[in-house]
Design a binder for this molecule. Structure first.
Ligand code: EPZ
Length: 429
């Protein structure tokens, strides 16, 4: 398994290209199942999860062609995928694939909407929580699906097609909202989704579905109305920039000090996160090239944050913020309200000398003057990058093990950071 070696203490200066958003790319690829024509996606990040989803989709008979580099493209330009689900040859998504990437469970909605049936393995839990899918199933039932759970699989049927209906989510769920949107797009009649997730990736997927001929209004707000249509067509869509990658690198600059242009980043995708980072001492301003972030001198200030659904502070930046706060000049508090077990990074940060106390869903962080490099273990995608942030400012050398977690969601992380002066290298093996 690859490892990443970091020698801390280097400031970050230069520019980092922000890739297309993983959490928009995955549902956009899944949306290709809704049409027999070709969906073209631009600015797709080169991530392990994208490669795995290509394999999962091919299991259903989907052809995915990766467009080659065009003249003048730099190594960081996202890739273009041509995705054709002309004929769906299999409506089953097997356990051995779904268990490796939970979002692949979302294929249940387009398979059911287009083919009238789907048999998709329950995804099982993961490091950060039990991650149930009861609300995704509820949404499909509200649109007329018959659902059985059989041998660890969700068996869904809608022989006469799905019907528009009312879906009222008791709690905000991104996957639930994606599922409801894709099923409703081809349902017969009107669907109203209440308490919908407002994440920018939801709106990005809805914009693409509308290009394909769907009739969706209100995406990005908590009420979405969908007029079902009988057929969707091919389209071309550019994936929006990754707000979690943006926030992650902004925190890396806040941690080491320096001045970096985050190319293609958009502040409105991450406003709450940027407000928190400004309170902690990071300067930022928007330019036509992206988001410029800097911290020159001035101590890191402690903050109090509770994770919330968008537009609140994102749970996917919680571990990264905790790493940053280990060196703040005072006491910080971070409360995680979205997932029940998303503090796996705490024990690893303590290995750097961080002082963190856990009390239920709240972590209290006493800032220290300096962290010391140490061998640490990555446990999940966002926790692993919090260890990189800590290592960038720690005295001495850090070895981050199990970096396959990193590769799921951060494209060329070590290249992007070393281009700005970090002493970081991947040790293959
Ligand atoms: C999406 O996961 C993201 N993944 C997650 O990012 C992100 O952390 C999460 O949304 C919250 O923003 C992708 O977009 C691929 P949820 P999702 O349904 O849809 C509970 C990353 O690091 N819930 O919004 O699975 C659930 O347990 C990943 O990129 C139910 O109870 O999250 C959680 O407590 C990690 N029943 C809460 O809702 C359900 O049927 C929010 O989950 C569904 C969810």
């Amino acid at each position: 398994m690859d490892r990443i070696r970091i020698a801390g203490g280097k400031r970050l200066n230069g520019s980092i290209p922000i890739s297309g958003a993983k959490n928009a790319t995955l549902p956009l690829m899944i949306a290709s199942l809704l049409t027999d024509q070709t969906l073209i996606l631009d600015n797709v990040p080169r991530l392990a999860d994208v490669g795995l989803l290509q394999r999962i989709l091919s299991n259903h008979g989907v052809d995915v062609m990766t467009g080659g580099k065009r003249p003048g493209e730099t190594q960081y330009d996202g890739q273009t995928l041509h995705i054709s689900a002309e004929r769906v040859i299999d409506t089953t998504a097997p356990y051995e694939l779904v268990s490796r990437m939970r979002a692949s469970f979302w294929v249940i909605a387009p398979l059911l909407a287009r083919m009238g049936e789907a048999k998709v393995s329950l995804p099982g839990g993961c490091a950060i929580g039990t991650r149930p899918v009861d609300l995704l199933i509820m949404a499909l039932e509200r649109l007329g699906a018959d659902i059985d759970i059989d041998g660890g699989y969700v068996v869904a049927r809608a022989k006469n097609g799905l019907k528009g209906g009312e879906i009222n989510f008791p709690k905000v769920t991104v996957g639930g909202t994606h599922t409801a949107l894709m099923a409703a797009a081809l349902a017969n009649g009107t669907t109203v989704i209440e308490n919908a997730a407002r994440e920018p990736e939801i709106k990005d997927v809805a914009d693409c579905l509308n290009k394909m001929g769907a009739k969706i209004n209100g995406a990005g707000s908590s009420q979405i109305v969908v007029e079902g249509v009988s057929k969707l067509n091919g389209a071309r869509h550019r994936v929006l920039p990754d707000r979690i990658e943006t926030g992650t690198y902004a925190m890396a600059v806040a941690m080491t000090g320096g001045d970096v242009m985050l190319e293609n980043a958009r502040a409105e995708l991450l406003q709450e996160g940027l407000d928190v980072l400004a309170a902690a001492g990071l300067e930022y301003n928007e330019t036509n090239r992206g988001l410029r972030v800097a911290r020159n001198g001035g101590a890191l200030k402690p903050v109090e944050v509770t994770t919330q659904p968008f537009p609140g502070f994102p749970t996917d930046l919680q571990a990264q913020l905790m790493a940053l706060m280990t060196c703040a000049s005072g006491t910080s508090r971070i409360t995680e309200t979205i997932f029940e077990n998303r503090f796996m990074h705490v024990q690893e940060l303590v290995r750097f000398g961080a002082r963190i106390q856990l009390d239920g869903e709240t972590a209290t962080i006493e800032g220290v003057d300096k962290l010391k490099g140490a061998p640490v273990m990555a446990t999940d995608l966002r926790a692993s990058v919090s260890l990189v942030i800590a290592a960038l400012a720690a005295d001495g050398e850090t070895m981050v093990n199990r970096v396959y977690h990193l590769d799921r969601g951060f494209e060329r992380l070590e290249d992007k950071l070393s281009a700005c002066g970090a002493e970081i290298e991947r040790i293959v093996g």
